[in-house]
Ligand binder design. Structure first.
Ligand code: DGJ
Length: 777
């Protein structure tokens, strides 16, 4: 995996090679990161410098051509001739900002070297190897330890740094990235994932241009605005073709990604903690750990790259009992009842859920203190006896008796000013002494830099978890940070990062010895969808937006970086509560089935036929759950702008499920092809549409064309008919070898108004179908 010969470090994974060397002046120069290289003689790959570039600064007078500005580097400082952005800005003990870190020594160890303050990836010594390189600026005084952990099977390399001060005088870190690499530009585009509340992770592509592009978060969390994960892709790359690099950060706080194209056509990539409001003094003997960055490469397009990330996350990020374990189908009470419920109402919902096949009943917000709206009660985790007279243990038992597991919502990092906790301990909230703090969703942030606050949270959440049979926790966090200040720290430049260290400490203390609890983290949906949280919570609520048309974009965006097993995805009501868009129940399920399925609606409003449809959906999902959560996921390039094609292939290849999704329907649409991939060319498969009902009301006035008498298209008769009767959408069945199916399955016509028969597919706006591809024999 890792070798070192003639000053060259070589880090190989199954399909990638990463090479860099120590230059004659001790800097680390990147030689290659990308395709696996068989070749040992690297002359052709080295950057050539045969002439002095005008306006550059020579590093040493002995070699006028050697200039840091033109080198492809693994790390760079400030003030020695590299004028690109530096991964570190440190006020050194001598008061200057000049740093020049050079190679001292290295060691290679089997396995990972765990971090002490932050979560990180993990693996057995047989599965990964770590290279530790010591660099120093003024040897023996300021040391930078660079770590490279190589995960060969998943083609991922994890990088991070540790800065140590051995000087008598303190230094101050103003910025310290986790990694830096310079890659020769090959017409790369930068792909980032942006958005906001209810519109997370929308993919954005931009061509690289000279200068620096920054994607970052300043909200205190990794944020729904700019995900820490990003890609560099050769222009023209597709889902299945092209050279694509992927980067991400194991961190849930403010992050920073700097991508700079230099005038020498080198792309500098850096990622780490955001320097925004960051300042960290380091006295003699102290060290600072950066979060871990992960990187991967594939020459098989975006799917190749995201496949590496998915395998890596399932194998080396997610831990505990739920690693690789199928997640239960849940019903979440939030969109059904919000804050207004009684025990009877919940039990009624639970009974219906159970009849439809739900396995886990999750009681969301509103069960404690005076939490009858979002203006009060956060922080007071004593059950509201008016709502649950017998308390949580008794309620959990009732749910268990119905045959379901019980899960519970918390928002432990927050407090409402109107709460007993705040009245007793106003000092627990983040605020600047003497100034009125700003509210977000009527709440304040608790000061996780304060050990007493951390103890309070650990004790109150643990207390509840030990009294009732709770197998699932939804850990929410619903505002961005403001008024950053903690009385517990001297230097307020440490606030954001110490908050994160505090959060990780709390999560560790509550859940490490309760690995049977399935933790789903949430932050107003996907406001903290990152690898740091995935180290604790195997799944994350992807978005408060459950509109299936919106979810196509959101889940697709997330899928470039995170596996299906990590995405909470629910079926909710239509018209949708945020977009007012109506989408078919079938599509709401078809989209949510590519993730960890749940339902979030008041089931009593479903008609008998809709209930039957939901029961069939859940049964289908359970049958194919392993494939839907842990299969190899592919996005397939859409053949038309109004289509999305997804496919997940079981790890053992016995089956695949493909989704054909349509957004706006088009008049008289021509050929529809179902693209497929990941099948074995020599194996025979059968392919069949998942049968799904068609409701008569969907046809509107057309119904009068086939009835012998005339009825009102939205009248009582149609509404009654819809409750008791449905048609079945066209089911297609074919068979063939993998090579044939992978050339694309030509589907039946869509309905175009000319006539209707059972072989015509009825999609309309936001229609969709799932296809099951099963190995024959
Ligand atoms: C925000 C979450 O994203 C929702 O799912 C729900 O749990 C609410 N908070 C409850 O207040």
């Amino acid at each position: 995996m890792i070798s070192n010969k003639d000053n060259i470090f070589r880090l190989d994974t199954q399909n990638t090679s990463y090479l860099f060397r120590v230059t004659e002046f001790g800097h680390l120069e990147t030689i290659h990161y990308g395709e696996f290289l068989m070749e040992q003689s690297l002359d052709a790959a080295l950057l050539k410098h045969t002439a002095v570039t005008g306006s550059t600064v020579a590093y040493e007078s002995t070699d006028p051509i050697y200039s840091l500005d033109t080198l492809s580097l693994e790390w760079s400082g400030i003030g020695k001739g590299d004028f690109r952005h530096s991964p570190c800005e440190i006020r050194m003990p001598d008061g200057s900002f000049v740093t020049d870190f050079k190679y001292v020594n290295h060691r290679i160890v089997n396995g990972c070297i765990p971090m002490t303050t932050l979560p990180s990836s993990y693996g057995d010594p047989a599965d990964c190897q770590t290279l530790e390189i010591t660099l120093a600026d003024s040897p023996g005084e300021i040391t930078l330890l660079m770590y490279y952990t190589v995960f060969p099977k998943t083609d991922v390399i994890a990088r991070r740094v540790v800065l140590e001060n051995h000087n008598e005088k303190p230094l101050v870190i103003r910025s310290l990235m986790s990694m830096m690499i310079d890659i020769p530009n090959r017409n790369y585009s930068l792909v980032t994932f942006h958005g906001g509340w209810i519109k997370e992770a929308h993919r954005q592509d931009r061509a690289l241009q000279y200068g620096l592009f920054v994607s970052e978060s300043t909200t205190g969390a990794s944020s729904n605005r700019h995900n820490p994960g990003f890609l560099l892709a050769e222009q023209g790359s597709s889902e299945s073709y092209g050279r694509v690099y992927g980067f991400n950060l194991v961190y849930s706080g403010n992050h920073y990604e700097g991508i700079e194209l230099s005038n020498q056509d080198l792309v500098r990539v850096m990622t780490g903690i955001n320097p925004h409001c960051f300042e960290w003094p380091l006295a003699k003997g102290e060290r600072f750990e950066s979060p871990e960055a992960i990187m991967t490469f594939s020459d098989q397009g975006y799917n190749g790259m995201s496949g590496h990330f998915h395998d890596f996350i399932n194998e080396h990020i997610v831990r505990g009992d739920w690693k690789g374990k199928e997640r239960p189908v849940l019903l979440n009470t939030w969109e059904a009842v919000v804050f207004s419920f009684t025990q009877n109402k919940l039990l009624h919902l639970a009974r219906q859920a159970r009849r439809l096949g739900v396995e886990l009943f999750v009681l969301d917000d509103g069960w404690f203190g005076q939490r009858n709206s979002d203006t009060a009660g956060l922080g007071d985790y004593t059950v509201n006896r008016k709502k649950l007279p017998g308390g949580l243990p008794a309620f959990a038992k009732k749910i268990n008796r119905l045959g379901m597991q019980f899960g519970l919502w918390f928002e432990p990092e927050m407090v409402n000013p109107d709460s007993d906790l705040y009245r007793a301990h106003p000092e627990y909230a983040v605020c600047i002494p003497g100034r009125e703090p700003s509210l977000g969703r009527n709440q304040l942030v608790l000061d996780l830099c304060n050990p007493k606050v951390r103890d309070y949270i650990v004790e109150s959440v643990r207390g509840i978890l030990t009294t009732a049979d709770i197998t699932y926790v939804k850990w929410d966090m619903n505002r961005h940070m403001s008024d950053m200040y903690s009385a517990c720290i001297k230097n307020q430049g440490e606030f954001f990062h110490r908050y994160m260290i505090g959060l990780y400490d709390i999560l560790n203390r509550i859940f490490k010895d309760q690995p049977q609890i399935l933790l789903e983290s949430c932050s107003s949906g996907g406001n903290r969808f990152d690898l740091g949280m995935l180290c604790f919570s195997p799944q994350i609520w992807a978005s408060d937006d459950t509109d299936s048309a919106e979810r196509l974009e959101i889940q697709k965006g997330l899928s470039y970086l995170y596996p299906l097993s990590s995405m909470g995805a629910h079926v909710s009501t239509a018209p949708h509560q945020q977009t007012l868009r109506s989408t078919p129940l079938s599509t709401r399920f078809n989209v949510a089935s590519f993730g960890c399925l749940g339902y979030e609606l008041d089931l009593k409003y479903l008609s008998r036929m809709e209930k039957r449809e939901v029961r069939d959906q859940i049964a289908f999902y359970k049958e194919h759950r392993k494939t839907m959560q842990f299969g190899h996921f592919y996005r397939l390039d859409a053949l038309r702008a109004n289509k999305h094609h997804w496919e997940t292939v079981a790890a053992d290849g016995h089956e695949a499920v493909a989704g054909f999704f349509q957004t706006q329907s088009a008049a008289s649409e021509g050929l529809n092809i179902l693209p497929l991939t990941g099948l074995d060319s020599n194996t025979r498969y059968s392919i069949r549409t998942r049968p799904q009902p068609l409701y008569v009301k969907q046809f509107g006035g057309l119904i009068n064309h086939i009835l012998p008498f005339h009825i009102h298209p939205e009248g009582f008769l149609i509404r009654m008919l819809d409750k008791f009767y449905t048609l079945t959408d066209c089911v297609e069945e074919y068979e063939g070898r993998g090579d044939l199916l992978s050339s694309g399955v030509k589907l039946n016509n869509q309905f175009i108004g000319s006539n209707y028969n059972t072989r015509t597919r009825l999609l309309g706006d936001f229609g969709s179908s799932l296809y099951v591809i099963s190995k024959e024999g």
